[in-house]
Design a protein around this ligand. Sequence first.
Ligand code: TIU
Length: 264
Amino acid sequence: MEPLPTQAAEPLQRSVTARPYAFTFEPSTTALLIIDMQRDFLEPAGFGETLGNDVSLLAPVIPAVKSLLDAARSIGMAVIHTREGHRPDLTDLHEAKRVRGNPTLEIGDPSPNGRILVRGEYGHDIIDELAPIAGEAVIDKPGKGAFYATDLGLLLAKGGITSLIVTGVTTEVCVHTTVREANDRGFECLVVEDGTGSYFPEFHATALRMISAQGGIFGWTATSTEVLEALPGPSPTSTTTTPTTAETLSPTADPHPTPVTTGA
Ligand code: TIU
Protein backbone atom coordinates (compact mmCIF):
# COMPACT_ATOMS: atom_id res chain seq x y z
CA MET A 1 0.00 0.00 0.00
CA GLU A 2 1.16 3.51 -0.84
CA PRO A 3 2.19 5.49 2.21
CA LEU A 4 -0.30 8.19 3.12
CA PRO A 5 0.76 11.65 1.95
CA THR A 6 2.13 13.63 4.85
CA GLN A 7 1.89 17.37 5.15
CA ALA A 8 5.30 19.02 4.92
CA ALA A 9 6.17 20.35 8.35
CA GLU A 10 6.93 24.08 8.55
CA PRO A 11 10.66 24.46 9.17
CA LEU A 12 11.27 25.77 12.68
CA GLN A 13 14.26 27.82 11.65
CA ARG A 14 13.49 30.91 9.55
CA SER A 15 15.94 32.88 7.46
CA VAL A 16 15.59 36.58 6.61
CA THR A 17 17.52 38.27 3.84
CA ALA A 18 19.35 40.86 5.90
CA ARG A 19 22.40 43.02 6.28
CA PRO A 20 25.24 42.04 6.68
CA TYR A 21 24.05 38.46 6.01
CA ALA A 22 20.99 36.26 6.54
CA PHE A 23 19.38 36.42 9.99
CA THR A 24 18.06 33.09 11.24
CA PHE A 25 15.52 32.73 14.02
CA GLU A 26 12.75 30.53 15.37
CA PRO A 27 9.42 32.32 15.85
CA SER A 28 8.83 30.48 19.13
CA THR A 29 11.98 31.96 20.66
CA THR A 30 11.66 35.40 19.06
CA ALA A 31 9.80 38.52 20.17
CA LEU A 32 8.70 41.53 18.16
CA LEU A 33 9.92 44.49 20.23
CA ILE A 34 8.16 47.78 19.55
CA ILE A 35 10.03 50.69 21.07
CA ASP A 36 8.24 53.84 22.29
CA MET A 37 5.60 54.29 19.57
CA GLN A 38 3.98 56.84 21.87
CA ARG A 39 1.97 59.97 21.12
CA ASP A 40 4.62 61.97 22.98
CA PHE A 41 7.11 61.12 20.21
CA LEU A 42 4.86 60.84 17.16
CA GLU A 43 2.24 63.54 17.64
CA PRO A 44 2.45 67.33 18.04
CA ALA A 45 2.69 68.97 21.47
CA GLY A 46 4.57 66.06 23.03
CA PHE A 47 8.08 65.40 24.27
CA GLY A 48 9.53 65.07 20.77
CA GLU A 49 8.23 68.46 19.75
CA THR A 50 9.39 70.14 22.97
CA LEU A 51 12.91 69.07 22.00
CA GLY A 52 12.53 71.07 18.78
CA ASN A 53 11.79 68.17 16.44
CA ASP A 54 9.42 67.83 13.46
CA VAL A 55 7.40 64.86 14.70
CA SER A 56 5.74 64.27 11.31
CA LEU A 57 9.02 62.66 10.22
CA LEU A 58 8.16 59.57 12.29
CA ALA A 59 4.74 58.88 10.74
CA PRO A 60 6.08 56.78 7.81
CA VAL A 61 7.27 54.16 10.30
CA ILE A 62 3.73 53.26 11.41
CA PRO A 63 2.61 51.05 8.45
CA ALA A 64 5.72 48.86 8.58
CA VAL A 65 5.40 48.33 12.34
CA LYS A 66 1.69 47.61 11.97
CA SER A 67 2.31 45.01 9.27
CA LEU A 68 4.81 43.20 11.51
CA LEU A 69 2.52 43.50 14.52
CA ASP A 70 -0.36 41.97 12.55
CA ALA A 71 1.89 39.16 11.31
CA ALA A 72 3.27 38.43 14.79
CA ARG A 73 -0.25 38.32 16.23
CA SER A 74 -1.46 36.01 13.45
CA ILE A 75 1.24 33.41 14.17
CA GLY A 76 1.26 33.79 17.94
CA MET A 77 4.74 35.30 18.12
CA ALA A 78 5.54 37.21 21.30
CA VAL A 79 5.02 40.97 21.15
CA ILE A 80 6.53 43.42 23.63
CA HIS A 81 5.81 47.15 23.64
CA THR A 82 7.88 49.73 25.51
CA ARG A 83 7.05 53.24 26.65
CA GLU A 84 9.52 55.84 27.81
CA GLY A 85 8.20 57.82 30.76
CA HIS A 86 8.13 58.55 34.44
CA ARG A 87 6.12 58.18 37.61
CA PRO A 88 3.70 61.06 38.24
CA ASP A 89 5.82 62.27 41.18
CA LEU A 90 8.93 62.19 38.92
CA THR A 91 10.95 60.39 41.61
CA ASP A 92 12.46 58.21 38.86
CA LEU A 93 13.55 61.19 36.74
CA HIS A 94 17.22 62.04 36.93
CA GLU A 95 17.83 65.77 37.23
CA ALA A 96 20.27 65.44 34.32
CA LYS A 97 17.49 64.15 32.07
CA ARG A 98 14.98 66.78 33.26
CA VAL A 99 17.13 69.74 32.28
CA ARG A 100 18.93 68.21 29.27
CA GLY A 101 18.52 70.24 26.09
CA ASN A 102 16.84 73.19 27.82
CA PRO A 103 13.46 72.15 26.37
CA THR A 104 10.59 74.61 25.99
CA LEU A 105 8.54 72.32 28.23
CA GLU A 106 10.05 69.83 30.67
CA ILE A 107 9.05 66.27 31.51
CA GLY A 108 6.06 66.52 33.86
CA ASP A 109 4.85 69.89 32.54
CA PRO A 110 1.26 70.13 31.29
CA SER A 111 0.60 69.86 27.55
CA PRO A 112 -2.57 69.42 25.46
CA ASN A 113 -1.95 65.63 25.68
CA GLY A 114 -1.45 65.67 29.45
CA ARG A 115 1.75 65.91 31.48
CA ILE A 116 4.72 65.32 29.22
CA LEU A 117 6.21 61.80 29.35
CA VAL A 118 4.32 60.90 32.53
CA ARG A 119 2.77 57.45 32.92
CA GLY A 120 -1.00 57.36 32.76
CA GLU A 121 -1.22 60.50 30.61
CA TYR A 122 -2.73 60.43 27.11
CA GLY A 123 0.47 61.56 25.43
CA HIS A 124 2.53 58.89 27.16
CA ASP A 125 0.47 56.07 25.72
CA ILE A 126 1.02 54.14 22.50
CA ILE A 127 -0.62 55.44 19.33
CA ASP A 128 -4.01 53.96 18.47
CA GLU A 129 -2.76 52.10 15.38
CA LEU A 130 -0.38 49.99 17.48
CA ALA A 131 -2.30 49.77 20.76
CA PRO A 132 -1.33 46.65 22.74
CA ILE A 133 -3.88 43.87 23.09
CA ALA A 134 -4.37 41.34 25.86
CA GLY A 135 -1.34 39.16 26.41
CA GLU A 136 1.22 41.62 25.06
CA ALA A 137 3.73 42.86 27.60
CA VAL A 138 4.17 46.60 28.04
CA ILE A 139 7.45 47.70 29.55
CA ASP A 140 7.56 51.16 31.13
CA LYS A 141 11.11 52.45 31.10
CA PRO A 142 12.55 55.61 32.62
CA GLY A 143 15.60 55.57 30.38
CA LYS A 144 16.44 55.26 26.71
CA GLY A 145 17.36 51.58 26.93
CA ALA A 146 14.54 49.08 27.56
CA PHE A 147 16.67 46.96 29.92
CA TYR A 148 17.65 49.80 32.27
CA ALA A 149 15.53 49.76 35.46
CA THR A 150 12.93 47.37 34.00
CA ASP A 151 12.21 43.64 34.15
CA LEU A 152 12.49 43.14 30.38
CA GLY A 153 15.45 40.77 30.81
CA LEU A 154 13.49 38.67 33.28
CA LEU A 155 10.47 38.44 30.98
CA LEU A 156 12.61 37.42 28.02
CA ALA A 157 14.42 34.76 30.05
CA LYS A 158 11.15 33.42 31.44
CA GLY A 159 9.61 33.35 27.96
CA GLY A 160 12.61 31.55 26.44
CA ILE A 161 13.21 34.43 24.03
CA THR A 162 16.67 34.60 22.46
CA SER A 163 16.05 36.71 19.33
CA LEU A 164 14.48 40.14 18.94
CA ILE A 165 12.94 41.77 15.89
CA VAL A 166 13.22 45.43 16.82
CA THR A 167 11.05 48.30 15.61
CA GLY A 168 10.11 51.77 16.90
CA VAL A 169 11.55 55.18 17.54
CA THR A 170 13.98 56.76 17.48
CA THR A 171 16.59 54.74 15.65
CA GLU A 172 19.70 56.39 17.07
CA VAL A 173 18.35 56.93 20.59
CA CYS A 174 16.02 54.38 22.23
CA VAL A 175 16.29 51.73 19.51
CA HIS A 176 20.09 51.87 19.47
CA THR A 177 20.44 51.97 23.24
CA THR A 178 18.13 48.97 23.60
CA VAL A 179 19.83 46.98 20.85
CA ARG A 180 23.24 47.61 22.39
CA GLU A 181 21.92 46.52 25.78
CA ALA A 182 20.35 43.41 24.22
CA ASN A 183 23.48 42.56 22.25
CA ASP A 184 25.61 42.65 25.39
CA ARG A 185 23.11 40.33 27.06
CA GLY A 186 23.49 37.75 24.28
CA PHE A 187 20.32 38.41 22.26
CA GLU A 188 20.32 38.21 18.47
CA CYS A 189 18.76 41.46 17.22
CA LEU A 190 17.32 42.24 13.82
CA VAL A 191 16.45 45.93 13.41
CA VAL A 192 13.75 46.70 10.86
CA GLU A 193 14.96 49.41 8.50
CA ASP A 194 11.56 50.89 7.57
CA GLY A 195 10.07 49.96 10.94
CA THR A 196 12.37 52.36 12.78
CA GLY A 197 12.68 56.10 12.35
CA SER A 198 14.37 59.28 13.48
CA TYR A 199 13.77 63.02 13.50
CA PHE A 200 17.09 63.10 11.60
CA PRO A 201 17.00 60.96 8.42
CA GLU A 202 20.79 61.01 8.18
CA PHE A 203 21.09 59.67 11.74
CA HIS A 204 18.61 56.90 10.89
CA ALA A 205 20.65 55.77 7.90
CA THR A 206 23.93 55.92 9.80
CA ALA A 207 22.51 54.23 12.89
CA LEU A 208 21.37 51.29 10.76
CA ARG A 209 24.79 51.03 9.16
CA MET A 210 26.42 51.09 12.61
CA ILE A 211 24.40 48.00 13.59
CA SER A 212 25.26 45.85 10.57
CA ALA A 213 28.82 47.10 9.98
CA GLN A 214 31.86 45.07 11.06
CA GLY A 215 30.12 41.78 10.36
CA GLY A 216 27.03 42.76 12.37
CA ILE A 217 28.72 44.29 15.38
CA PHE A 218 25.38 44.85 17.18
CA GLY A 219 23.05 42.80 14.97
CA TRP A 220 21.31 42.71 11.62
CA THR A 221 19.03 45.00 9.61
CA ALA A 222 16.31 44.11 7.09
CA THR A 223 13.18 45.67 5.62
CA SER A 224 9.74 44.78 6.95
CA THR A 225 9.03 43.07 3.62
CA GLU A 226 12.08 40.87 4.03
CA VAL A 227 10.97 39.92 7.54
CA LEU A 228 7.39 39.22 6.44
CA GLU A 229 8.64 36.98 3.63
CA ALA A 230 10.47 34.85 6.19
CA LEU A 231 7.59 34.45 8.63
CA PRO A 232 5.38 31.37 8.46
CA GLY A 233 1.76 31.66 7.37
CA PRO A 234 -0.93 32.41 9.95
CA SER A 235 -1.43 29.70 12.51
CA PRO A 236 -4.86 28.07 12.01
CA THR A 237 -5.59 28.42 15.72
CA SER A 238 -4.32 31.97 16.21
CA THR A 239 -6.51 35.03 16.10
CA THR A 240 -5.92 38.46 17.51
CA THR A 241 -8.27 37.72 20.40
CA THR A 242 -6.97 34.37 21.59
CA PRO A 243 -4.00 34.16 23.92
CA THR A 244 -0.68 34.13 22.11
CA THR A 245 2.82 33.14 23.01
CA ALA A 246 3.11 36.64 24.41
CA GLU A 247 0.68 35.63 27.11
CA THR A 248 3.54 33.94 28.88
CA LEU A 249 5.33 37.27 28.98
CA SER A 250 2.54 39.14 30.69
CA PRO A 251 1.15 38.57 34.15
CA THR A 252 -2.33 39.77 33.18
CA ALA A 253 -4.81 39.35 30.37
CA ASP A 254 -6.14 42.87 30.86
CA PRO A 255 -7.50 44.23 27.54
CA HIS A 256 -5.86 47.52 28.52
CA PRO A 257 -2.56 46.08 29.68
CA THR A 258 -0.94 47.78 32.58
CA PRO A 259 2.82 48.00 32.64
CA VAL A 260 4.45 44.86 33.92
CA THR A 261 7.00 46.94 35.76
CA THR A 262 7.90 50.44 36.64
CA GLY A 263 11.52 49.68 37.18
CA ALA A 264 13.76 48.40 39.89
N1 TIU B 1 14.78 62.35 21.38
C1 TIU B 1 14.82 61.19 20.74
O1 TIU B 1 15.21 61.09 19.59
N2 TIU B 1 14.38 60.06 21.38
C2 TIU B 1 14.03 59.93 22.70
O2 TIU B 1 14.15 60.84 23.51
N3 TIU B 1 13.49 58.74 23.09
C3 TIU B 1 13.34 57.64 22.24
O3 TIU B 1 14.08 57.47 21.29
N4 TIU B 1 12.32 56.83 22.49
